[in-house]
Design a protein around this ligand. Structure first.
Ligand SMILES: Nc1ncnc2c1ncn2[C@@H]1O[C@H](COP(=O)(O)OP(=O)(O)OP(=O)(O)O)[C@@H](O)[C@H]1O
Ligand SMILES: [Mg+2]
Length: 362
């Protein structure tokens, strides 16, 4: 079978489309090629790495340099599962690695690496999104059930009040009305936004700056909000109000976690682009990453698995809806919210696809 179209496709662009990291080494173990997944995985630029000895360009490989040299000399490759590649001072990167001798021209090695936690992340993403979908349906159902009789209860209390305007029991009807209103607010939050999203091109940084200003107004002098933006992020098609809501829910949590402590605190708002990134089983060419980092006490490990579930809260006045609503809103934009936390460093990352138009085509 012939594929005439294939001739026109430059091999480099095909390799850049892979989510597997691919590196080619020449006979002196110098980097002869590196695809864009490798750039992302090892945080190295191709321009910098090209032509350098592998262990110099990618210090992660120092520990297996001798093995690579043997593979080259013997002309025999190897496969290693969950190989841990480490650069000093950083967390190791676990990959499934295949090393194959090739002719470049001249003898060389082809390294293919698929990050292991990426497998887990992809399946976890899907599980996470499915779980949110289920709990959201449950909540909406419950909220409707509560909302309907609530109107009746409030109406009846109002009638009672009108019937006996001077009654000594007026204070009771006031309580009923006030509590019914409080419950209605809660139920409305549980139901989530009732407007259809207004999708339009949005500048991510303009939205974050708006949120930052609201945050600064709420924050005490002890809390510093700093920014670290990647100005290259293109506009995103989104509902501005919903993005603001999601960001506010997450940043307010950061603020509340810092408010609770005596010492000063810091919130960092960071933006980056990510290439070839998978969200809920869908691969995206380009994704915007918005990190909200705080140096507060962190989220207790026992809570970590559940923070995106509704009604999970540790705050006395909390409803435990901030994060599930943020997750829902970001999900409605094809994105995902993730969190990592330890004492002194909690990071919520919002991932938003920037290639939704491509996605619609597929
Ligand atoms: N940055 C953070 N640092 C520490 N704990 C956090 C952070 N963000 C969230 N949490 C924990 O996650 C819980 C759930 O957050 P969520 O925003 O869903 O609800 P909430 O803030 O308690 O109530 P609300 O509905 O008013 O937002 C919080 O109660 C808190 O324990
Ligand atoms: Mg909250």
């Amino acid at each position: 079978m012939k594929f005439p179209g294939l001739k026109r496709v430059a091999p480099a662009s095909v390799l850049d489309g892979l989510s597997t990291a691919v590196i080619a080494l020449d006979q002196s173990l110098r980097v002869a090629y590196l695809n864009s997944a490798s750039e992302t995985l090892f945080s190295v630029s191709r321009k910098h790495a090209f032509g350098l000895p592998v262990a110099q360009a990618l210090p992660h490989f120092s520990a297996i340099e001798a093995r690579l040299r043997r593979a080259l000399e013997n002309g025999s490759g190897f496969i290693e599962r969950e190989l841990r590649l480490r650069r000093s001072g950083e967390e190791p990167i676990a990959v499934d690695c295949t090393v194959t001798p090739v002719t470049l021209p001249g003898p060389g090695l082809l390294l293919e690496m698929l990050p292991v936690d990426r497998h887990m992340r992809i399946s976890r993403d899907e599980l996470l999104l499915a779980q949110h979908e289920v709990s959201r349906e449950l909540i909406r159902g419950m909220a409707h059930e509560i909302k309907n009789p609530l109107g009746g209860i409030r109406g009846a209390a109002q009638l009672l009040e009108a019937e006996f305007p001077d009654s000594e029991h007026r204070e009771y009807t006031r309580v009923i009305i006030r509590e019914a209103d409080r419950l209605k607010n809660l139920v409305n939050r549980m139901l989530g936004p009732n407007k259809l999203p207004q999708m339009a091109p949005v500048n991510v940084h303009e939205v974050i700056e708006h949120v930052r200003q609201l945050l600064e107004a709420e924050a005490s002098d002890k809390i510093a909000v700093t920014r670290d933006y990647d100005p290259s992020i293109p506009e995103i098609v989104a509902d501005r109000e919903q993005l603001i809501q999601a960001l506010l829910n997450i940043t307010r949590n950061a603020l509340q976690s810092l408010d609770g402590q005596d010492q000063s605190g810091k919130i960092v708002l960071r933006t980056r682009t990510r290439r070839q990134f998978t969200i809920g089983g869908q691969r995206h060419r380009l994704v915007a990453q918005i990190d909200i980092e705080d140096d507060g006490p962190g989220i207790p490990e026992s809570l970590m698995e559940r923070i995106f579930f509704p009604m999970v809260t540790t705050r006395a006045e909390g409803t435990g809806l901030g994060l599930p609503i943020a997750q829902y809103l970001i999900h409605a934009h094809g994105g995902l919210v993730e969190c990592t936390s330890r004492s002194g460093c909690t990071v919520f990352s919002i991932f938003l696809p920037l290639d939704l138009d491509d996605r619609r085509k597929t």
